[in-house]
Write a protein that binds this ligand. Structure first.
Ligand code: HEM
Ligand code: HEM
Length: 172
């Protein structure tokens, strides 16, 4: 059993973490707040759509690599902690992919590609399209999962001092 995640998964983890945190924060505190009449709205949506698509690609690549490579055994600890870590990791995979898929569904339902690449007019509101509600609800779930995940990582690293961060980093 290896002591660290394989380098390909390390690269994909940190790339996904950077892009997901950016999309969550940008989507909630910037994009959803920009009015549809703002001339910058289209550029913001274009960037969000491209980054969201990239996240989907990165997450699918992760699943493929993870299925083929050996990963470290669970961090030792009480049974509930092992189970909680497993559940949060599964949730992060599922909800991140769910966000990207609901984003694609929203793009297809609303004709977003025509707006950001073809100059078609924006709708009065994306709330008119059903996938928007799913996308917004999943964003809240993902926020909670990411906060729990990051706090757990810092608790392991700082309080337990079990070197957990080195498992998701490069080395022998
Ligand atoms: C500063 C932010 C982050 C830190 C410090 C961090 C840290 C870590 C660490 C140390 C592990 C390894 C856990 C173990 O060995 O059991 C891990 C795994 C994982 N992280 Fe993060 N992470 C961060 C952000 C994120 C984000 C935003 C996502 C959302 C996609 C994410 C998704 C995952 C997943 C799915 C795993 C499980 C990997 C697997 O077993 O395939 N992480 N993270
Ligand atoms: C994992 C990837 C993604 C994340 C984390 C993410 C995150 C977000 C967040 C946080 C919001 C604001 C939600 C709210 O405040 O209710 C949002 C809105 C939106 N997202 Fe995403 N998104 C992702 C992928 C996508 C994709 C792939 C597309 C399109 C192809 C997309 C299209 C949109 C649209 C059209 C809105 C509505 C903007 C508005 O109401 O002004 N998203 N997204």
């Amino acid at each position: 059993m290896p002591r660290r995640y394989p380098p390909a998964l390390v690269v994909l983890h940190w790339l996904a973490a950077f892009l997901v945190l950016g999309s969550l924060l940008g989507g909630t505190f910037n994009m959803a707040e920009v009015p549809y009449t703002d001339p910058g709205k289209v550029a913001t949506l274009r960037m969000h759509m491209i980054v969201g698509g990239l996240i989907l690609l990165v997450m699918l690549m992760r699943l493929v690599v993870r299925a083929r490579k050996a990963v470290p055994a669970a961090v030792p600890g009480p049974g509930w902690q092992v189970a909680a870590a497993r559940a949060v990791h599964l949730g992060l995979y599922a909800v991140t992919i769910g966000m990207a898929v609901s984003g694609v569904a929203l793009a297809l339902a609303s004709g977003l590609p025509g707006m950001v690449f073809g100059g078609a007019p924006l709708p009065e509101s994306f709330d008119l399209f059903a996938p928007r509600a799913v996308h917004g609800a999943l964003a809240s779930v993902l926020f909670v999962l990411v906060i729990v995940h990051v706090l757990a990582a810092f608790w392991h690293a700082g309080v337990k001092g079990d070197g957990i961060l080195s498992r998701m980093w490069f080395g022998r």
